[in-house]
Design a protein around this ligand. Structure first.
Ligand SMILES: CSCCC(=O)/C(O)=C/O
Ligand SMILES: [Fe+2]
Length: 184
């Protein structure tokens, strides 16, 4: 089950939870309405046959799928990749991940530019919208295996902050400031 909370401002080990004192948790509804981040619970034991994941893929047009394992042993250029993942950036497309093993943290900026930390564990599928500033880190267990989805040919390019002039950033802010991400 995904959990999310506002981060403290400590610069210590990025792999720690970094709760505020007192902790300030964020609900799934808030994650969606203030940041546009969507969440789908998936059964990692049955997703190959139960149809839930297939339905999401069909509905959202995810035609590309692969798997990434982040660990010292499995990820080429591990240190450099982890450093890049944790550098604040945005993408021109959604970033969709389904955790099948291990765990980690996606951090996203809220509408006041504060960090919200999203803890992901097996069965958590999240869609991080195009244009939102975010980053990723492993937790202290140093291992995650996740499926990645994409509409069409994947574009993984991160655009590091500042990327405020990018069209996807402007569109994201426009959505937030007008209707938000609330859908009928
Ligand atoms: C658990 S997937 C690794 C992180 C990643 O792919 C990414 O693009 C972070 O922004
Ligand atoms: Fe990213």
């Amino acid at each position: 089950m995904v959990r999310a909370w506002y981060m403290d401002n400590e610069k210590s080990d990025q792999r720690l939870e970094h709760h505020r004192n007192p902790p300030k948790f964020v609900s799934l509804e808030e994650l969606f309405t203030i940041c546009g981040v969507e969440y789908f619970p998936i059964n990692v034991n049955t997703y190959a046959t139960d149809g839930v994941l297939d339905e999401i893929k069909k509905k959202r047009g995810y035609t590309y799928e692969d798997q990434i394992t982040c660990s010292k042993e499995c990820l080429p250029n591990y240190e450099e990749k982890l450093k890049n993942f944790f550098t604040e950036h945005l993408h021109t497309d959604e970033e969709i991940r389904l955790v099948v093993e291990g765990s980690g943290y996606f951090d996203v900026r809220d509408n006041n530019d504060e960090w919200i930390r999203i803890e992901v564990v097996p069965g958590d599928m999240i869609a991080i919208p195009s244009g939102i500033y975010h980053r990723f880190t492993l937790d202290s267990k140093n291992f995650i295996k996740a499926k990645r989805f994409f509409i069409g040919e994947p574009v993984w390019t991160p655009h590091n902050r500042p990327a405020d002039d990018m069209e996807c950033r402007k569109q994201y802010l426009q959505k937030l400031s007008t209707t938000g991400f609330i859908t009928a």
